[in-house]
Design a protein around this ligand. Structure first.
Ligand code: NAD
Length: 290
C-alpha cells in the first residue's frame, strides 16, 4: 500500500518504520521530528497524503488532529482511509470522521495501548471505531504494527474504549498505591500485602502485573526508579479526556474526576512529570492525612 504517515514522534516513528520494513511505501511528515529509516520525507502533510491508500496520523491532541485533517482531507484520493491512531477527545474523532465521510473517504479512529515499547516491537493493541469497510482495509496494517485489534463500533468508539479503560487504570493505580501506603503505616510487610491482595478480591492488572512497590511482584517501572513506562502526564491527559467526554455525555464519574485532580496535582505541582504513573506510591508514602 501507499501510506502517508503524519506525526513521527515517539510512537509514530517506530510504527512508520515497521510499516516500511514490511514492504509498504511510506511517505512521512512531521513539523519537527526526522523520518525514520525506510520512510520518504514529504514537504507538507498534504504532500504525504496525496495519492495515498491510507493516511495514518499519530498526533498530540484533538485540535492538532482537526487542523491536519482540514489540510489533508481535500487532497486525499476518494476511497482512501483516514486512520487516526492518536489519543484524542471523542468529539474530535467524530468530527474528523464526518468530514472524511463527506469527502468520500473512509475514517477509522484507532488509538493504541502498549506504549513506545509496543510501538517498536509491533505489539500494540488497537481499539478501533469506524465502518466495517474502513476497518477491513486497515486490518493488515494493524497486524504489522500490533498484536491485537478490536473493532469497537462506529466512529469515536475506539477513543471511547481507550479513555474508559484508562479511567479504570488511573483509579485502580491510585487505589492500589494508597492501600500500600496505608499497609506500610499499619506495619504490614509489602511482600505479604502483595501475596494476599494479588490472590484475593483486591487483585488487578496494576497489582498483579505492574506492581507499584519496588522489589515486589513482577518487574515493573517501580523496579527502575519509576522511569516510564507510562508517564504520569500521559495518564493525566487520558483522565482529562475521560472527564471531558463524561461532561458531554452527562455521565456521573466522581472517581474519574478525583483521579484526574490527583494526577494534575502530582504532575503540575509536585514534580511528578516524567515519572511513571505508578510513582503515586512514593507520593502517598510521604503524606499524612492533611
Ligand atoms: P510525540 O509528542 O512524541 O509525537 C507527536 C509528533 O507530532 C511530534 O513529533 C510533533 O512534532 C508532531 N506534530 C505536532 N503537530 C504536527 C503537525 N501539525 N503536523 C505534523 N506533525 C505534527 O507523542 P507520542 O508519544 O508519539 O504520542 C502520539 C499520540 O499517541 C498521542 O496522542 C498520545 O496520547 C498517544 N499515545 C502515546 C503513548 C506513549 O506511551 N507515548 C501511548 C499510547 C498512546
Amino acid at each position: 500500500m501507499k501510506i502517508g504517515f503524519i506525526g513521527l514522534g515517539n510512537m509514530g516513528a517506530p510504527m512508520a518504520a515497521n510499516l516500511a520494513a514490511a514492504g509498504h511505501e511510506v511517505t512521512g511528515f512531521d513539523l519537527a521530528a526526522p523520518c525514520p529509516e525506510g520512510v520518504a520525507r514529504a514537504d507538507s502533510a498534504a504532500d504525504a497524503a496525496k495519492d495515498a491508500d491510507v493516511v495514518l496520523t499519530m498526533l498530540p491532541n484533538g485540535d492538532i488532529l482537526r487542523a491536519v485533517a482540514a489540510d489533508i482531507i481535500p487532497v486525499m484520493s476518494k476511497g482512501a482511509v483516514f486512520l487516526d491512531c492518536s489519543t484524542v477527545d471523542v468529539e474530535s474523532a467524530r468530527a474528523v470522521a464526518e468530514d472524511a465521510a463527506s469527502a468520500d473517504l473512509l475514517a477509522v479512529d484507532a488509538p493504541v495501548s502498549g506504549g513506545i515499547g509496543g510501538a517498536s516491537a509491533g505489539t500494540l493493541t488497537f481499539m478501533a471505531g469506524g465502518t466495517e469497510d474502513g476497518f477491513a482495509k486497515v486490518a493488515p496494517l494493524f497486524d504489522i504494527m500490533g498484536q491485537k485489534a478490536v473493532h469497537c463500533g462506529a466512529s469515536g468508539a475506539g477513543q471511547a474504549a481507550k479513555i474508559c479503560n484508562n479511567m479504570i487504570l488511573g483509579i485502580t493505580m491510585i487505589g492500589t498505591c494508597e492501600a500500600f501506603a496505608l499497609a506500610d503505616k499499619l506495619g504490614l510487610d509489602r511482600q505479604k500485602m502483595f501475596d494476599v491482595v494479588s490472590t484475593s478480591s483486591g487483585y488487578s492488572w496494576v497489582m498483579n502485573a505492574y506492581c507499584p512497590a519496588p522489589g515486589v511482584g513482577p518487574q515493573s517501572p517501580a523496579d527502575n526508579g519509576y522511569k516510564p513506562g507510562f508517564a504520569s502526564e500521559l495518564m493525566l491527559k487520558d483522565l482529562r479526556l475521560s472527564q471531558q467526554a463524561a461532561e458531554t455525555a452527562d455521565a456521573d464519574t466522581p472517581l474519574g474526576q478525583h483521579a484526574a485532580d490527583l494526577y494534575a496535582q502530582f504532575v503540575e505541582d509536585e514534580g511528578g512529570e516524567g515519572t511513571d504513573f505508578s510513582a503515586m506510591l512514593p507520593r502517598f508514602e510521604k503524606r499524612g492525612r492533611d
